[in-house]
Unconditional design. Structure first.
Length: 167
């Protein structure tokens, strides 16, 4: 007879622990994406395990996507960052070589995203893997960031290109 939580099998225990972590992560992500106040989103993303600095604000409907729901070490948001609504940070992608060689996606590649202190990311922007948005940089609304953004620069467009400097 199986009683939930009472098992001698290590595999079953590990399965229960992993399932519990996945459920917690899904609940936290839902609460983070659909916040009840403008400050609660950052709180719930922290509860998901992501590194979010002090005084950072993440707008509603944002998505922080890692390569696995409980693997959150590849996305770091430092202090005083403002992220507008509907921004997507993608911490994992697929190799284009897989498509050419196999005709389908067979591997996932993890990349790191770092958003440095005092940066702003405009509404609807997409930040792809292996990107650092340096201190004081501004990403315009709707931009797709594929490369690092230098400190105190303004980028916009698809793909994002430098359009100015922060004075």
């Amino acid at each position: 007879m199986f009683v939930f939580g009472h098992t001698n099998n290590i595999g079953e225990k590990m399965g229960i622990i992993l399932t519990t972590k996945k459920i917690k992560a899904k609940v936290c992500i839902s609460l983070a994406r659909y916040p009840f106040s403008y400050r609660s989103s950052s709180y719930w993303w922290r509860k998901c395990g992501f590194t979010i600095g002090k005084n950072s604000i993440i707008g509603p409907y944002c998505l922080i996507w890692s390569n696995y729901i409980t693997n959150t070490d590849n996305i770091v948001i430092e202090d005083d960052v403002v992220i507008g609504p509907n921004v997507t940070l993608i911490g994992a992608s697929h190799k284009k070589e897989d498509i050419a060689k196999y005709g389908k996606v067979v591997t996932t590649t993890k990349g790191k995203i770092t958003v440095k202190k005092g940066s702003w990311i405009g509404a609807g922007s997409i930040i792809l893997p292996n990107v650092t948005i340096h201190e004081g940089a501004v990403v315009g609304a709707g931009a797709v960031v594929t490369k690092d953004v230098e400190p105190y620069t303004i980028v916009a467009g698809v793909p994002a290109r430098k359009i100015g400097v922060v004075k």
